[in-house]
Design a protein around this ligand. Structure first.
Ligand SMILES: Cc1cc2nc3c(=O)[nH]c(=O)nc-3n(C[C@H](O)[C@H](O)[C@H](O)COP(=O)(O)OP(=O)(O)OC[C@H]3O[C@@H](n4cnc5c(N)ncnc54)[C@H](O)[C@@H]3O)c2cc1C
Length: 473
């Protein structure tokens, strides 16, 4: 059995890991073809002058277990770290940094007291949010809507602008005014169905959590001591040891189905035949590869809009700030040239040497012109904003800019229909599986889980196909 994985990001390497360890279908020869000269795709850790800089993701959530399970299998469990100190999330709202009220979820409070007294919302916004307690159900049928429109109807504009958009938009790189309720936060629909009021549903969930578990919100975020790049390094080393054929700088140029197998051409002109193929190559490249052999699937993929994101890493000497920088960062609910900041040196151990403050600032495409500004202009705007909020008196001494143009899939209204369309269009080609962030979750744990699942499905389909081809009937 010969399996090709297209793309050496976390999805592709997880798919390869699953296939290399599987014993169910006999020995599997695994090939991973990565177009670029670096493994990891969006997972990209750089070590420079004592700094540990994450250019892509810097952590993952622990409540989706797939990433921790993989880390455990790779023998890296003792490398997992949680945030340093106590978790305090800040929002910059109404002109000041203000702590997220205790018990606040992504959108809704699980405790009423801290929500009533927070300065993040105006009194008018709080009164409008309270109307949710009395309003009838807003979702009349199963039609998908934007998260923004639904929350605005129930809780008003203040909640959308000052909580939902910074918190959810920050994760998905897109505004809640375009993100799909059913693909991104389906629990809001079920909460309204069950409780009518979202506020009552959230307060009830908070009461249940407080009676069943210990008090205090531990951070759900985890990372690795040497950065997420060490997960990629371990995968590459252990896959190679297991006999997988890992090829850097080898882009796939076409895939064609032929007699239950797949003929694959690489850009260097070589060709090979495989029993199964995992497309872990992101929206654009996968749509291009499927354009001829599976045009309906390619068309559905092309309908997935893509977001651009830029991450700046800025290092300052500690004495550049009048006060020690102890915050882990903040999200912007006020107009700003960034969507938020992580103070990596305060949040995680080992990110910067003593005496250095390392900051990650995010400039999503949805902020408009600033996201496309030339590098010098971008750095000037972001450092001026940091200086204004944190009181930096000198500019950063080191800056790195990572641009991720048009690569983050946006799960906008109708996303689940697009996922179903891709699945349906590929139903006749069960040994071809599209995996990773384009369809079923953008987070690192989602990509790990989906990569592994699609590899299993591809191998099962290929072994079924092999049995059929080889059977005397
Ligand atoms: C700035 C940023 C911050 C993020 N922060 C977080 C975070 O903190 N936590 C979190 O959980 N998630 C985060 N994410 C999301 C997460 O990083 C991604 O969804 C995930 O890494 C996607 O992995 P992937 O393997 O599916 O795709 P990719 O990493 O994009 O890998 C796809 C690979 O396919 C290769 N490829 C493309 N075409 C071909 C071809 N024809 N032949 C061969 N190879 C090809 C590409 O070169 C690439 O290496 C972040 C994303 C970004 C951009």
């Amino acid at each position: 059995m010969k399996l090709l994985v297209i793309g050496g990001g976390i999805t592709g390497l997880s798919a390869a890991w699953e296939a290399a360890r599987s014993t169910e279908h006999g020995p599997v020869q695994v090939v991973v073809a990565e177009a670029s000269e670096r493994w990891g795709g969006k997972l990209y850790t750089e070590r420079s002058e004592g700094l540990l800089i994450e250019h892509g993701p810097d952590s993952f959530v622990a409540y989706r277990p797939a990433a921790l399970k993989l880390i455990d299998e790779l023998g890296l469990a003792d490398q997992v770290i949680s945030i340093s100190g106590t978790r305090t999330v800040y929002l910059r709202s109404r002109g000041r940094l203000r702590p997220l009220p205790a018990g606040m979820g992504m959108v809704l409070p699980t405790r009423l007291g801290p929500f009533v007294t927070t300065g993040i919302l105006s009194i008018a916004d709080k009164l409008r949010a309270g109307a949710d307690l009395f309003l009838p159900r807003q979702l009349r049928d199963g039609t998908d809507v934007t998260i923004g429109a639904f929350l605005r109807a129930r809780l008003g504009h203040g909640i959308v602008q000052r909580f939902a958009d910074p918190m959810i938009g920050g994760i998905y790189g897109a505004s809640v005014n375009e993100l799909s309720l059913d693909a991104v936060l389906p629990s809001l629909r079920t909460d309204e169905q069950a409780h009518r009021s979202l506020m009552l549903a959230s307060l009830a969930a908070g009461r249940r959590a407080r009676t069943s578990g210990p008090r205090g919100a531990n951070s759900p975020f985890r990372t690795l001591r040497d950065g997420l790049g060490s997960l990629i390094d371990a995968l590459v080393t252990q896959l190679t040891d297991a006999g997988a054929d890992l090829r850097l700088g080898q882009a796939v140029s076409s895939v064609t189905a032929s007699d239950g197998r797949s003929d694959v051409r690489f850009v260097d002109g070589t060709a090979e035949t495989f029993d199964a193929v995992i497309f872990a190559s992101g929206v654009t490249a996968t749509a291009e590869l499927l354009a001829e052999p599976a045009p309906t699937a390619a068309a559905a993929l092309k309908e997935i809009p893509l977001a651009t994101s830029t991450v700046l890493a800025l290092a300052y000497p500690s004495n550049a700030f009048a006060e020690p920088v102890t915050t882990h960062g903040w999200l912007e609910a006020d107009p700003a040239p960034i969507s938020g900041i992580t103070v990596s040196s305060a949040k995680w151990a080992g990110r910067a040497p003593a005496g250095t403050v390392l900051i990650r600032a995010f400039v999503p495409g949805r902020l408009g012109a600033i996201a496309d500004a030339p590098e010098a202009e971008l750095i000037a705007a972001v450092s001026a904003h940091i200086a204004a909020v944190l009181g930096a008196t000198t500019p950063p001494t080191q800056v790195r800019v990572a641009r991720w143009p048009q690569v983050m899939p946006k799960y906008t209204v109708g996303h689940l229909d697009r996922v179903a369309a891709v699945d349906q269009a590929l139903a006749d080609l069960p040994t071809w599986r599209v995996a990773g962030s384009p369809l079923r979750g953008v987070g690192v744990p989602d990509c790990v889980a989906d990569g592994r699942r699609q590899a299993s499905l591809a191998l099962a389909a290929a072994s079924g196909a092999a049995t059929q081809v080889g059977s005397p009937a």
